[in-house]
Write a protein that binds this ligand. Sequence first.
Ligand code: HEC
Length: 246
Amino acid sequence: MRGEEPLQSMRSRGLQPVQSLCGEASPRGGLQPVQSVRGQEPVRGGGLQPVQPVRGANPCAAAACNPCNPCGPCGAGAVAVKLTDAESVAAYDCIMNQMQAAYAKSGDPIAKSYAGWRRYSRTAYQSDTHGGRFTQNYANAAARAYGAFEDSGPMPAGSQMAKDSFTVNAKGQVGVGPLFTMEKMQAGFNAESGDWRYTLIMPNGSVFGTTKGKNAAGVQFCINCHGAVSEDQDSMFFLPDEYRVN
Ligand code: HEC
């Protein structure tokens, strides 16, 4: 199935599947050429996602989603898609339910519950290290120290963090991106990852990979990058100052 297709192979074909959740352009979710994000070299696993066929009504057609309609062609023609904070808020409102439903299909406990957790980002911000997608950061109660950011110290076992994401293409169409999660396991789970379990859940609800589980090799790149701050910040990178909640 397409959702299981290795990201690498999709990239090598130079194709970016687009989910036209918010537009009419591609009702069956066709493939469109890759759109480079800020000219950045995409991280492995970044920038690409499986097609999710669009069914039924356009969730972003409602007037409620329309301050400067992020579902519409605000950024049309631009290569690097940028959103104002207001657009980002509106886009998230549009796509939120769809994201949560998509991730919940995985059956993953984090995917099913993160939406009820505290959110540490004011609004979705573009994360170059997660494929240039717009992301938000959530943490469960056990991980409440996350709010102290660089001062949070090592997280206790049971800490769970989730980073949901959406994409915006050059036509301003908003689509579900993957869910990135981290869970602090018991000491001894995996020294290499600082006992964190990283999981990548695709927009069709399939689990792409999880540390020490299914396709662990596919999520090794999470450890490789986050591990850069394993000593100083227990592998957490937090988020840009301007998007932090107080
Ligand atoms: C190239 C570096 C890089 C890679 C690869 C990467 N991340 Fe991140 N991650 C970051 C940075 C930087 C942040 C914080 C800033 C941001 O969100 O852009 C972050 C934030 C996070 C957060 C919020 C918790 C925190 O650290 O503050 C989660 C959860 C997360 N990443 C999961 C993942 C998962 C799962 C993968 C692999 C599928 C992954 N990341 C791959 C760099 C990376």
